[in-house]
Design a protein around this ligand. Structure first.
Ligand SMILES: Cc1cc2nc3c(=O)[nH]c(=O)nc-3n(C[C@H](O)[C@H](O)[C@H](O)COP(=O)(O)O)c2cc1C
Length: 340
């Protein structure tokens, strides 16, 4: 190689990586995991059944979801979901008694209506031990239809609804870091949240929450707690804080579920905003427990919510650039699973 060729200076890569982000020793890692664990165990129903109506509504949703799943299956046997019926009726009654009759109790009522109708339409016997209770319960609802049960769809409807260039839609979404600074209309955010609510959620429990800041001063204060919006944060039109409500969870197995459901929801939100021609950039909340506490001290984010991510939203200029962010080949991502 000729002498004139300039080679990269040797660098201690381990040292460079160590300096890239602060490192945690085991005690520090444990302190952070303990913070997450304490909050999960305090607010979920993992150890003790929480008496909070939100937790009861979550339980009710999981229970009636077992019934609505049965109603949506190809082959359903008469009297299915036996062990769920009485707890469902009791939970509806209790939520209504404490004035918390909302989406969960209404969905459960709709599901019970459909359950009885399912049996009656097919001349199948209702479980003998609850037949009277079920009949009395549905009689009380006579003339009122609640949402819930099973919804019919045809393949044609799905074909018509998916007759657009999804690939183009996906490929034209990028994280945008160049905005005009115009305000974002609250209606646009409301509409996107309404659509994102349709994303899947474990046992249909609604644990996702969004806190939004529109006003520039408030937005900037919020962003001052976040690393990674420098150069564009001040030109956003709205900042969303996506959280999940830990009161909706009830098993140790669900200890990480919020990150999944919250992440799925955040992605749908971003796609819904893309569909309404707003630019977005997810803004990570990959913070340690001290930073998390500071955010909660400054803003009203209930202790029972975990912050999943921030999302910056804004209007895009006529022309702008996005980071290429190349993707690897599909075989880096997709492989056949095999037995050991
Ligand atoms: C949860 C999450 C947090 C992110 N946080 C930031 C951030 O703080 N700042 C930023 O500029 N980009 C952030 N991004 C954007 C990623 O850098 C970007 O999604 C990735 O490079 C792929 O590029 P694309 O979104 O343009 O396809 C985040 C993405 C995700 C999914």
């Amino acid at each position: 190689m000729p002498d004139s060729v300039i080679r990269p200076q040797p660098v201690d890569l381990t040292e460079a990586r160590r300096n890239y982000t602060p490192k945690a020793d085991l005690a520090e890692a444990k302190r952070n995991y303990d913070y997450d664990m304490r909050r999960y165990l305090k607010h979920s129903s993992t150890i003790d059944v929480s008496q909070d109506p939100v937790a009861l509504a979550a339980y009710l949703t999981s229970a009636y979801h077992a019934i609505e799943k049965g109603l949506a299956m190809e082959d359903t046997r008469a009297g299915f979901g036996l062990d769920k019926i009485r707890p469902i009726l009791a939970a509806i009654t209790e939520l209504e008694r404490v004035g918390e009759a909302r989406f969960a109790s209404e969905g459960a009522r709709g599901c019970i209506q459909s359950y009885v109708r399912y049996h009656d339409d097919r001349a199948l016997p209702l479980p003998a031990e609850f037949e009277d209770e079920l009949r009395a319960f549905t009689k009380d609802m006579a003339g009122k239809t609640f949402p819930g049960g099973a919804t019919p769809w045809t393949r044609k409807q799905i074909e018509a609804a998916t007759d657009f260039d999804f690939s183009r839609f996906i490929q034209t979404r990028s994280s945008v870091r160049h905005y005009t600074g115009e305000p974002v209309a609250p209606e646009a955010i409301e509409n996107a949240v309404r659509l994102a609510i349709k994303s899947p959620k474990v046992c249909n429990r609604e644990m996702r929450r969004v806190h939004v800041a529109y006003e520039p001063e408030l937005r900037n204060q919020l962003l001052s707690y976040h690393n990674g919006n420098r150069g564009f944060g001040h030109k956003l039109g709205a900042v969303l804080v996506v959280t999940v409500d830990l009161r909706e969870f009830d098993t140790i197995g669900e200890r990480n579920q919020g990150w999944i459901d919250g992440g799925l929801f955040a992605m749908s939100l971003v796609y819904a905003l893309h569909a309404s021609r707003l630019g977005t950039c997810m803004l990570n909340w990959s913070e340690d427990c001290d930073r998390d506490k500071q955010l909660r001290e400054a803003f009203v984010i209930p202790d029972y919510e975990d912050v999943i991510t921030f999302i910056g939203v804004g209007h895009m200029p006529e022309e702008f650039e996005v980071a290429a962010s190349p993707s690897p080949d599909i075989d880096r991502v997709l492989s056949l699973i095999s037995l050991r």
